[in-house]
Design a protein. Structure first.
Length: 153
């Protein structure tokens, strides 16, 4: 397919220049008549607007702040002594009472009386308690090996 209409305007000035005629210089077309150049590739996302430095800091959304540091309650002498023994100062029972819970390191050791353990000898399993004191009601073996129920709240 041959398109002669597009070729004619380009050929006409060249033919007139070859004939020696002076072609009139056309005036610049108005800006609205100029076709806009298409961008090479469409932008992926609009660019963020630059921050306005003239705005006061209060206009910006507040940044999340860390929770205020609440001072820890004064430790009692009993709590300090417990922590020195590598114990855990824990809530004991239903009230607001706290006690020092320590690990005995004998959780798997078998026993037949309380004298064989740092803590209590558990009657059901025949092993030393893994920590002391034991809260609630527990069946233990006393120092003579007799079975008894010990209840601590």
């Amino acid at each position: 397919m041959e398109v002669s209409a597009l070729d004619a305007p380009a050929a006409a000035p060249a033919a007139a220049a070859a004939a020696g005629a002076v072609a009139p210089v056309p005036a610049a077309p108005p800006a609205a008549a100029k076709p806009a150049a298409a961008p090479a590739s469409p932008p992926a996302a609009p660019a963020p607007a630059p921050a306005d430095t003239a705005k006061p800091a209060e206009a910006a959304p507040p940044a999340p702040e860390a929770a205020p540091v609440v001072p820890e309650a004064e430790k009692t002498a009993a709590q300090i002594a417990c922590e020195k023994k590598k114990g855990i100062w824990a809530k004991a029972g239903a009230g607001n009472v706290r006690a020092c819970v320590t690990y005995t390191g004998e959780g798997a050791k078998s026993c037949t009386s309380g004298t064989q353990c740092k803590g209590d000898c558990l009657a059901r399993s025949g092993t030393c308690a893994p920590f002391q004191p034991l809260f609630g009601c527990n069946d233990i073996l006393d120092d003579s090996g007799r079975r008894m129920t010990l209840c601590l709240d």
